[in-house]
Design a protein around this ligand. Structure first.
Ligand code: F6R
Length: 247
């Protein structure tokens, strides 16, 4: 596992975007697993900047969402598909048909989660971006989720709903269900890029990287993967015990 400590959130976004760019450049048909949330905003902005400067093309790239809320209209500003569209795809050479995600309004949600699981497995993701929840979740796999559970329909825990309430008018508007890639599905990616910013991520990052591999900290599952890069700012790195150089 490689851990890069950046001096601040902006430097972390650039470092993470460098890693994504490296994968995009090295593949003919790159397949990128994308997360949403505030951690990702600067990374996608940096990728857009590179495209607009003529330095990077996403031609041939496919994007696979990590998760999606249940029940939101596809054009709802917080529907993850829309977040990726407005934050990235609309500004680069990625067509709408190159972005795949679970349909959170499918009539049979469990069947949809399974369909998506098969799609992601078949795609063989080249790099999967991950944020981490304040409770250690990855995607919407909350503490206690078995690592071998496939993509599924999950109930969001109150901590996650209250963390995400900042994106909605009120906590009551935060959906209580989501479709998420399973941890086993995520670990099938050839490479994992975990990013965390801010003091509130210091404890979950320490638990994920230095704690035991445990379902109580879903992000600790990354310790089981052979190719993991972690990008953190100084605040998120503040509880790591191992001295690591800034990069
Ligand atoms: C989003 C996702 C979540 C977030 C996590 C961190 O697709 O799957 O696991 O990555 O909740 O969110 P932020 O970056 O908003 O702190």
């Amino acid at each position: 596992m490689q851990v890069f400590i950046a001096k601040d959130a902006a430097a972390a976004a650039v470092k993470a975007a460098d890693i994504v760019e490296g994968v995009v450049r090295s593949r003919l048909r790159p397949r990128i697993g994308m997360a949403t949330g505030s951690t990702m905003v600067g990374i996608y902005r940096s990728l857009v900047d590179r495209y607009q400067a003529g330095a990077l093309s996403f031609s041939g790239t496919s994007v696979y969402l990590l998760d999606e809320y249940v029940g939101l209209e596809p054009r709802h500003p917080q529907a993850f598909r829309n977040v990726i569209r407005t934050g990235l795809a609309d500004h680069v050479d990625l067509g709408d048909d190159a972005v795949f995600g679970p349909d959170g309004r499918a009539p049979d949600l469990e069947a949809e989660a399974w369909r998506y699981d098969q799609l992601v497995t078949k795609a063989r993701i080249d790099i999967q971006l991950l944020g981490i929840g304040s409770n250690g979740h990855i995607a919407f796999n909350e503490p206690g989720t078995p690592f071998d559970e496939p993509s599924s329909v999950v109930a969001l825990c109150e901590q996650t709903r209250s963390d995400n309430a900042r994106f909605f008018d009120s906590i009551d508007d935060v959906p209580s269900l989501a479709i998420t890639q399973g941890i086993g599905t995520i670990l099938q990616a050839k490479k994992i890029l975990l990013v965390a910013l801010g003091k509130h991520k210091a404890r979950p990052i320490r638990d994920a990287l230095e704690g035991p591999v445990s379902v109580e900290t879903p992000a600790s599952a990354v310790q089981l993967h052979a190719d993991v890069s972690v990008v953190v700012d100084r605040e998120a790195a503040s509880l790591l015990s191992t001295a690591r150089p800034e990069g």
